[in-house]
Every structure is written in structure tokens, then in C-alpha cells.
Design a protein around this ligand. Structure first.
Ligand code: GDP
Ligand code: MN
Length: 409
């Protein structure tokens, strides 16, 4: 599960990490008022207007804008709420923006990167840090891996004080900044464990130039002659298998930020993930779904989605699954691959017939059915043949993948 930056900043602030004040808005009419509020709170005229979407690369896409007046704030807000954001993390169609954060802006002396995640290779949580943070961190990781510090966390003790201090020195923090950075690293690693995160990231973590006014929540006003260490962007991902034990995190879930088809599927207990290809897949079982996609790829095709109807889907759920696949304009062919173990083939067959009646299959539909109650399933399909003229039976998975790939070619 992902959350928005404005929620992530609140989470950081509640853990004692200094974050400039900010307010989330949903209409540009609120921009001027909020601009005045956050800038007066921070004692500056600089604010930053930021699109709240579950994708990064906003700065380069023009969806993080520095503003110095209520009018500039309003213009930036209007632009972001009326244009889709296309960044290197969104795909060409981009994302609709419905929420913005207006936060007090800060002067930046230096940008750092700081994150905690799980390293599958060492099976440890790991703190990742770099003195070359900001918008090009992926590039740095790629071209200059030596500029990235990796500090494994002890499974029980977590991030220890000596580790945090050592990382702070390696990052080049000086004087009072060292203690501030250590405090932030410690808070971040605690949050990571306590909230069952899969990623807790601050990018950039910054220092302000010496002598700038301090942001509350840090070491206190007048205490930053060396500049203050602040978080000005944050990202948290949570382990979906653990959100049940975090009511506070569940409340942060924003359905508007999710793929609508994926949300629709999850309400029916289906696991659906939208992909970029043109072959819609309906499969039972995640393993079989992966194998089906592999086989399609082997034949030179591209799956339009991953869809696992599970072992005990109802006829309604199967019909809904077809509705979701057929609603995707990119789908030019469908492959149904069912190996009925717990799943009853007759239920799938009836779902196909229902969907044919309701929406109609205008694209080729290749069906491979095997397993529990397969004879009854085949009979249902046979009897509905005239209603589903685009249906092509397949004898096995390889044959099915060949047929559907040829049909969309
Ligand atoms: P992202 O591009 O989606 O990661 O958005 P960020 O919130 O990280 O902002 C991108 C960049 O905008 C940062 O790396 C900074 O260089 C700049 N930026 C963001 N907020 C401020 C601010 O308050 N003051 C200044 N001077 N620059 C900012
Ligand atoms: Mn960022």
C-alpha cells in the first residue's frame, strides 16, 4: 500500500522529524489562502506546490513548483489540477492529479538521499543514504554506485547509534547537523519497523544555508547557525499483508489514487494487475497466471493484464472479471486458461456465457479448460457456441498461447 507525500510528511513529523508546514488542497480556489497560512507559519514568502500522486519524478515533470505569491500559488495549482502528470514513472498516458500539497518552501544548501528498505539478498533491512540526493538518485545509483552508502540493520537491535553517526559523518554533516541527521535516521528506521513498511524514503533530505530560520520540530528556533537538516519529500510503502494491524495506516488509503480496474477487481476478491499488452488473460492461481504470461511472451505476444480469479470465484466474480478485461480498449484477444483444482470449470464456462450475453466478445476468445468438472464446462460452452462466434477452443496451454498470439497479430 502506498500513501501520499502529505500523509508521509505527517507521519515523519509525528515521529519527530522536522518537516516544513504544509496543507493538502483539492481545489485551486484554496491555494491562495493556504499559501498565506503556510508561509506566515514558517516566516517566509517561498512556498512549494506539489502534485499528490503515487508516482515520483514530479519535479522534472513540472509538478513541483516554487511560488512566491498567492497568485503564483493559484496558477501553479490550477495548472496541476487541470493537466495529467507525465513523468518517467507514470507511462505515456500519465496520471490525473486531484490533490495538491502546498508547503512552506525552504532554501537548500545541499540535497541528500535517505531510505530504509529490505535487502532480499542479505535478508536484512538496510539503510541507504547518499550525499547526492534529489531528483537524479536513480542515475547516481546506476552510474556511481560508490556514492551510495548501504548500512545493514540488525534484525533485533535495528539501526544502532554508532551506525547512524558513522553514516552522518560519511554524508559530510558537520557540527549540530550530525545530531539532527542521527535523530532523523533513527526515527525513520523506527517508523519502518513499527508500521511494517516496505519502503521509507526521504528524498531529498536537505540542509538549509547557515542562519536561515528553523522549522519547528527540529532542534528549536535559533539553533541552526550551521543550517538545519529537514525532510522536504517523503515516500512510504507498506506491506499489504500487515496493514490489518495498523488501523491508522489503513485510514490513509486513497482509492482515488489506485487503478480503477484494479480496485473493481479487488472488491470482487480478484487479483488484477493492468499491463501494457493487448492479450487479456483470465487464469486461476497466481502461479498458473505467471506461467500463462510467460507462454504468451514465448509466442511473441504481450499480456494486457495479470488476472487471478483464485480457487473459489463465484459465477458473478468470473463475469465481473470478463467485464474488467473487456473494458480495456487495448485488449485485442483473450486467453482463458483454467486448470480446475478447487475451481469448477462449469463456473468459468457459465461466466463466459454470461459475459458474452451481457457485453459480447468482439475479440477472439481462446479457451483452455482442464480439471474439475471439465466435461460440464465444455458442454456449457458447446451449447453457447452460436452466441460466442469468436470463441476458439484450445487443447493445451501451448496451443492456446499460439492461437491467441496469432489472432492478435
Ligand atoms: P519529486 O521530483 O517527485 O521527487 O519531488 P520533490 O519533492 O523531491 O521535489 C523535487 C525537487 O524540487 C527537489 O529535489 C528540490 O530540488 C526541489 N524542491 C522541492 N521543494 C523545495 C523547496 O522547498 N525549496 C527549494 N529551493 N527547492 C525545492
Ligand atoms: Mn523527491
Amino acid at each position: 500500500m502506498k500513501i501520499h507525500e502529505y500523509q508521509a510528511r505527517d507521519l515523519l513529523a509525528s515521529a519527530g522529524v522536522p518537516v516544513p508546514p504544509g496543507v493538502m488542497i483539492e481545489t485551486f480556489e484554496d491555494a491562495a489562502t493556504v499559501y498565506k497560512q503556510v508561509t506566515s507559519e514558517a516566516g517566509t514568502n517561498l512556498a512549494v506546490v506539489k502534485a499528490q500522486v503515487h508516482a515520483g519524478g514530479r519535479g522534472k515533470a513540472g509538478f513541483v513548483k516554487l511560488v512566491r505569491s498567492p497568485d503564483e500559488a493559484t496558477d501553479a495549482a490550477r495548472f496541476m489540477l487541470t493537466n495529467r502528470m507525465v513523468s518517467n514513472q507514470t507511462g505515456a498516458e500519465g496520471l490525473e492529479v486531484t490533490k495538491l500539497l502546498i508547503a512552506a518552501g525552504v532554501d537548500i544548501a545541499h540535497e541528500y538521499y535517505l531510505a530504509i528498505t529490505t535487502d532480499r539478498k542479505t535478508r536484512r533491512n538496510v539503510l541507504i543514504a547518499s550525499a547526492e540526493g534529489g531528483v537524479d538518485i536513480e542515475e547516481v545509483a546506476h552510474t556511481r554506485p560508490d556514492a551510495i552508502i548501504r548500512e545493514p540493520l540488525h534484525p533485533i537491535l535495528g539501526l544502532q547509534a554508532h551506525q547512524a553517526r558513522s553514516v552522518a559523518f560519511k554524508l559530510g554533516f558537520k557540527g549540530k547537523q550530525v545530531g539532527q541527521a542521527v535523530k532523523i535516521m533513527t526515527a525513520l528506521s523506527k517508523l519502518y519497523i513499527e508500521k511494517d513498511c516496505t519502503l521509507a524514503e526521504i528524498n531529498p533530505l536537505i540542509t538549509t544555508p547557515p542562519g536561515t530560520p528553523t522549522v519547528p520540530g527540529g532542534s528549536g528556533a535559533g539553533d541552526a547557525p550551521d543550517g538545519q537538516v529537514l525532510a522536504i519529500d517523503a515516500k512510504f510503502n507498506f506491506d499489504d499483508n500487515a496493514t490489518f494491524r495498523h488501523k491508522d495506516i489503513q485510514q490513509l488509503f486513497d482509492p482515488a489514487a489506485e487503478n480503477p480496474a484494479e480496485m473493481r477487481a479487488s472488491r470482487m476478491g480478484l487479483t488484477y494487475i493492468a499491463l501494457d499488452g493487448n492479450i487479456g488473460c483470465l487464469v486461476n492461481g497466481a502461479g498458473l497466471a505467471m506461467a500463462t504470461m510467460d507462454t504468451i511472451k514465448l509466442e511473441g505476444g504481450e499480456p494486457a493484464n495479470f488476472l487471478d480469479v483464485g480457487g473459489s470465484a463465484s459465477e458473478e466474480a468470473v463475469t465481473e472479471a470478463f467485464r474488467i478485461i473487456l473494458a480495456d480498449a487495448a485488449v485485442q484477444g483473450i486467453l482463458v486458461n483454467i486448470f480446475g483444482g478447487i475451481m469448477d470449470c462449469a463456473v468459468i464456462a457459465q461466466g463466459i456465457v454470461n459475459a458474452a450475453k451481457e457485453v459480447g466478445f468482439k475479440v477472439p476468445l481462446v479457451v483452455r479448460l482442464e480439471g474439475t468438472n471439465v466435461a460440464a464446462g465444455r458442454k456449457i460452452l458447446e451449447q453457447a457456441r452460436s452466441e460466442i462466434p469468436t470463441m476458439l477452443p484450445a487443447k493445451d496451454l501451448g496451443d492456446a498461447a499460439k492461437q491467441v498470439t496469432a489472432a492478435v497479430a
